[in-house]
Write a protein that binds this ligand. Structure first.
Ligand code: ZN
Length: 229
């Protein structure tokens, strides 16, 4: 995901330029004597905005990472072949599934269906029926078993190969639906980004993968719009 990191750095630089423009505007608008104290405050706040830690808790992070195996913005596909899926699973502590090409195609279909469901987590939008169907099918494709533990009902993945890996993903989804964290897993509201992130905000209204990247892009657009109006 180096390409994405490079894009983030580039956007950060653009954001800084935007902040500088904003500062100059404030200097012009501010009354005499007030400009020098107002402008630096604006810059400090903008530079302190950090990524809100978009990783998901527990096993749900596996789902977030899975969705992000495609970097939509840069067109970087981490699962181009079955061997890539094996490598990704290994990195995540899962047994390599040894997928056939047809299995991989289905796995990628599941990933994009999940992305669609995560987009619907904004503003309580209705989930796409087709995407729901794909994820529902995956609940049967993967081996997912309910398990009673001290904390209540949980789900465990069983089985081997691709069903084992899909089962692990679906058990994480099932647990998140039950414990209420599922709706916090979202993809970025920026059409060109769609990076999966976990919304840690108290209000559950987070829209961007990162305030430093897409949050700033949205601010810049808003600012440009305000200048035009
Ligand atoms: Zn984004």
């Amino acid at each position: 995901m180096l390409a994405r990191q490079s894009a983030r750095n580039s956007v950060d630089a653009q954001a800084l330029v935007s902040v500088t423009v904003f500062m100059v505007t404030k200097v012009i608008d501010a009354p005499p004597g007030g400009a020098t104290t107002k402008a630096p405050t604006t810059v400090t706040v903008a530079r302190m905005e950090t990524d809100a830690g978009p990783q998901a808790p527990g096993e749900l992070e596996l789902v977030r990472a899975f969705v992000n195996t495609l970097d939509v913005e840069d067109g970087v596909e981490a699962l181009a072949g079955p061997a890539d899926l094996d490598a990704w699973a290994r990195e995540r502590g899962c047994p390599p599934p040894g997928a056939a090409a047809a299995d991989l195609a289905r796995v990628l279909e599941l990933r994009e269906a999940l992305r669609s469901l995560l987009l619907a987590h904004h503003d309580g939008a209705a989930a796409d029926v087709g995407a729901l169907g794909v994820v529902d099918d995956a609940m049967s494709w993967g081996v997912v078993r309910p398990s009673l533990a001290a904390g209540g009902l949980t789900w465990r993945a069983a089985g081997h190969g691709v069903p084992g890996l899909v089962g692990r993903l679906m058990s994480a989804v099932s647990a998140a639906v039950v414990d209420g964290t599922w709706s916090r897993l979202k993809v970025c509201g920026n059409d060109t980004c769609r990076w999966a992130f976990y919304d840690h905000s108290r209000s559950r209204t987070g829209r961007w993968c990162s305030m430093k990247v897409c949050g700033n892009r949205a601010k810049q657009q808003k600012f440009k719009q305000a200048l035009r109006d």
